[in-house]
Write a protein that binds this ligand. Structure first.
Ligand SMILES: Cc1cc2nc3c(=O)[nH]c(=O)nc-3n(C[C@H](O)[C@H](O)[C@H](O)COP(=O)(O)OP(=O)(O)OC[C@H]3O[C@@H](n4cnc5c(N)ncnc54)[C@H](O)[C@@H]3O)c2cc1C
Length: 416
């Protein structure tokens, strides 16, 4: 039986563990924390084939530059001479082109649809309830300019075979009749679904434990033992774990871990914030993206509603800027005037670090230097959505099986 060590207990690590265990491997998952202090919990829970346009797209650089000087803006890059940031910034700027958008659409669609299919399979597993709902997502806009852009998005989505339609104001308001919406229209991505991430993560852990996957809490991987072109042991301060194969799924911390096995990836953390009302007086029927406000709202798991947004490209050690939640709440008040939500106490504001690749595509594949190491990270704004699909690909790569979809676009060392 193959002995696989998975480093990182976020959605990508746990999904990899799921398919590896299912394929007959003995799996150990190691995390530096308690498996909860990661990005896979407080996110908006979208399972989103709609997101076939990567973050690195034309216009983002200039828009980002304009937003940089506003503490409530949805996008912020902390200027610094940090080499990782400069390297990432240059690669990001090079990738923010129409060519990248066109090249990325099919790989992103394919991994999204694969992942959504796997979520639907998981949803059939007895006692594994994670609030999966397939009712689509509304991308709501207020201006003619964004409306024009929405038109193109709908055309492109249809070309990709995705189920999507353009709604005028009356059609949008009819879908959300209990809530006044200040907008002129919306794209309805019928192809999208959503989950309650906290329940998904807790349920997945429970399922893996029941299947015999071992969890190592509070151990930080610091180095690797290598011999004859393979990694033989994964080393933490406390232990050394023998491994036939290794998966690096350490989210925003992956760049440093990848370097320990001689692999260079262009990656920066993109911090975002969210707020969840556990028993909400405010009601929405559908998950909603407020296009100009860059905010995601998800009604989830019965009466909960989550508001999330902002993208701060900062090191994981940077102090959280809790006032950024005001930018999220102001956008909500602007689009949904009845949603008068005040800034909560800091303890009630969640934040997490999206692992942002420089071109908006994940890194999934083997590395060049050691034949038994697979990296799976860089999923940016889509890690939850792409979790099961990525996990399935990881297991196929480790088991040297044909992959469900072409993984060429996700090559790990593509910037070298
Ligand atoms: C506000 C917000 C909203 C979002 N909404 C969505 C959404 O709607 N849909 C979507 O698809 N995505 C969304 N995302 C993005 C998504 O949450 C991330 O892409 C995803 O959670 C990344 O998962 P991961 O497993 O790669 O990383 P993580 O969940 O961060 O897990 C990485 C793990 O690795 C561990 N680790 C790191 N270093 C070490 C080490 N040296 N040794 C051992 N363990 C280590 C960490 O402790 C951590 O547990 C959102 C993100 C934010 C911030």
């Amino acid at each position: 039986m193959k002995n696989v060590v998975v480093i990182g207990g976020g959605i990508i690590g746990l999904s990899s563990a799921f398919y590896l265990q299912q394929s007959g491997c003995k799996v150990t998952v190691i995390d530096k924390d308690n498996f909860k202090d990661n990005c896979s919990y407080g996110n908006a829970g979208y399972v989103c084939p709609s997101h076939f346009i990567p973050l690195a797209a034309p216009g983002i650089i200039w828009q980002g530059f304009k937003w940089m000087f506003n503490s409530k803006s949805p996008f912020y890059v902390k200027p610094s001479f940090n080499k990782a940031l400069i390297d990432w910034g240059l690669n990001f700027a090079k990738s923010a082109t129409n060519k990248n958008v066109i090249k990325s659409a099919i790989p992103l669609r394919d991994i999204s649809l694969l992942s959504q299919h796997e979520f639907e399979e998981w949803n059939k597993i007895p006692d594994f309830n994670f609030g999966y709902e397939h009712k689509g997502m509304l991308e709501v806009f207020q201006t003619e300019k964004v409306g024009e852009h929405a038109h193109h998005t709908v055309e492109k989505a249809k070309e990709l075979g995705l189920d999507v339609s353009l709604l005028n104001y009356e059609e949008l308001q009819a879908l959300e009749s209990q809530t006044k919406i200040n907008a002129i229209g919306a794209v309805k991505f019928n192809c999208d679904s959503h989950v309650y991430p906290d329940k998904l993560m807790d349920g997945l852990k429970k399922l893996l434990l029941a299947k015999g996957v071992e969890f190592k809490y509070g151990e930080t991987v610091q180095s690797f033992e290598k011999s004859n072109g393979v990694v033989t042991k994964v080393i933490t301060k406390e232990n050394a774990y023998p491994a036939d194969d290794v998966v690096i799924a350490t989210g925003s911390w992956s760049k440093e871990i990848a370097e320990l096995v001689g692999a260079k990836i262009s990656l920066m953390p993109g911090r975002g914030y969210s707020l969840t009302l556990e028993d909400s007086d405010y009601k929405l029927n559908h998950p909603m993206i407020l296009a100009e406000g860059r905010v995601a709202i998800t009604p989830m798991d019965g009466n909960k509603i989550r508001f999330g947004g902002t993208m701060e490209v900062v090191p994981t050690t940077a102090k959280p800027q809790y006032e950024r939640i005001n930018g999220v709440l102001n956008a909500v008040k602007d689009f949904l005037p009845e949603f008068q939500i005040e800034k909560p106490a800091e303890k009630d504001i969640w934040y997490g670090y999206r692992p942002c690749s420089a071109d908006g595509l994940p890194y999934i594949g083997k590395i060049k230097k050691y034949n038994n190491v697979v990296i799976a990270t860089g999923h940016s704004m889509m890690g939850l959505s792409l979790g099961p699909g990525s996990g399935k690909l990881v297991s196929q790569l480790i088991n040297r099986e044909p992959t469900s979809i072409d993984t060429k676009a996700f090559e790990v060392e593509r910037f070298n």
